[in-house]
Design a protein around this ligand. Structure first.
Ligand SMILES: Cc1cc2nc3c(=O)[nH]c(=O)nc-3n(C[C@H](O)[C@H](O)[C@H](O)COP(=O)(O)OP(=O)(O)OC[C@H]3O[C@@H](n4cnc5c(N)ncnc54)[C@H](O)[C@@H]3O)c2cc1C
Length: 378
């Protein structure tokens, strides 16, 4: 199999890049290991920038049932405070979003291979990349977009995550009173060892997605029930929010190895790394999807302008560095017990602080990664 561009991974970044490349007349093969989109560990918050990029791809989230999110609420211990978001945001399950993205890629003319897993990726000659699939098939192309998200390919891995974060997602059916109280807010709950977010998604259900350091999870007996009880004990507001709520999955979806703060320093010729393979921002910012879309757009522009992948990757790193450090700094703050105690109070006195934090941790759109030629519209 020989193609002009191979895109590995059919999540947000991989689909966005494939659609943009196909629209520019490139022959694209997208390889996605899941036969159909499934639930992923994600808070499912779509920031203003993400909505703009999705719109440009022809994805109208309102028509998929997305819920508008206009406020952010911070809850620590028994206190909670809320502030308006500085942009219009939305909330949509990843299953629905990924389904729409795959459909858009197929409609754009991308050859989509679902249920095929890439086992290895190697350069076999100066301009030849070879992806070997699980059944031994070799896919060959001069250019590859690596978009396998949280999953590393052997030989192209990201560094270890020293705090050993563990992520969980569970859907709940809340009571009518809880839903009314949550309203159009994304609620960030703070506890020692991590944080969680709860927000409404389509069909009247709520997503609770959280991350904890492994040692905190170990103290909870390495079991979800124990962890949930411990988080609720630390943050009674969470106990109030989830009290009597009906869990909708048999068990939470989990993920390990989340190298927060990572930005890929370099790459090889012909290999553009995008999405979580390019950068992993702390989850509380709700900006990972936006970064996935942004890095896809920038990488496609670089490729079409014949900008070498190593140059693109290093420009991307410089462009994302400040935002990433600020997000890490804020994440450290959330993990500090004194900060946790005073944050809701600060937010009540100065709601603008949340707007400032939200703006500072956003990816700078049209950041200085654009190649010399005019940027590509997606
Ligand atoms: C706990 C948590 C909460 C988060 N909450 C939010 C949030 O609320 N808002 C937000 O914007 N971001 C959030 N994020 C971040 C966001 O989920 C990611 O940044 C985003 O999904 C990255 O997109 P991607 O395309 O790189 O990866 P993904 O969307 O994960 O897609 C990668 C795809 O590659 C496929 N794949 C993997 N390995 C292979 C292989 N070997 N062969 C073929 N296919 C393969 C996978 O099946 C998958 O479909 C959160 C992250 C975490 C951990």
């Amino acid at each position: 199999m020989q193609d002009e561009v191979l895109v590995l991974g059919g999540g947000v970044a991989g689909c966005a890049a494939s659609i943009a490349l196909a629209r520019k007349g490139r022959r694209v093969t997208l390889i996605e290991r899941e036969p159909t989109p499934r639930h992923k560990v994600c808070g499912e918050f779509l920031s203003g920038e993400a909505l703009k990029d999705l719109h440009a791809l022809g994805i109208y989230v309102a028509s998929l049932g997305a819920v508008p999110i206009n406020h952010v609420r911070l809850a620590a211990a028994r206190r909670a405070a809320q502030a308006p978001l500085p942009f219009s945001a939305a909330s949509l399950t990843r299953k629905a979003l990924d389904t729409a993205l795959i459909a858009a890629a197929i409609a754009a003319g991308v050859r989509v291979e679902q249920g095929r897993s890439v086992q290895a990726l190697a350069r076999t000659a100066p301009s030849v990349w070879q992806a070997t699939l699980d059944d031994g098939t070799a896919c060959v192309a001069p250019t590859v977009f690596l978009a396998t998200g949280k999953h590393d390919l052997r030989g192209h891995g990201r560094p270890k995550d020293p705090l050993q974060w563990v992520g969980f997602k569970m859907y709940y059916r809340l009571s009518a009173a809880q839903i009314a109280d949550l309203a159009d807010a994304s609620e960030l709950t703070l506890y020692s060892g991590g944080y969680g977010g709860i927000q409404p998604v389509e069909d009247g259900i709520a997503n609770f997605c959280c991350v904890v350091q492994r040692r905190y999870f170990a103290r909870a007996g390495l079991r979800w029930e124990g962890l949930l009880a411990k988080m609720q004990q630390d943050c009674p507001h969470l106990a109030m929010r989830l009290g009597g709520a009906e869990p909708l999955l048999d068990k939470p979806i989990t993920i390990t190895h989340i190298p927060y703060g990572y930005i890929r320093p370099t790459t090889e010729d012909g290999l553009y790394c995008i999405g979580d393979q390019a950068a992993v921002i702390p989850s509380f910012t709700g900006d990972g999807i936006s970064i996935a879309l942004h890095t896809a757009r920038c990488a496609v522009a670089a490729y079409l302008a014949a900008e070498p992948a190593p140059l693109f990757q290093s420009k991307l790193r410089s462009a994302l560095r400040v935002q990433m450090r600020l997000a890490e700094f804020a994440a450290d703050g959330l993990n500090n017990s004194f900060a946790r105690a005073v944050l809701p109070f600060c937010l009540r006195v100065w709601p603008g602080v949340m707007c400032v934090t939200a703006k500072l941790t956003r990816v700078a759109q049209h950041a200085a990664v654009a190649p010399m030629q005019s940027p590509v519209e997606i």
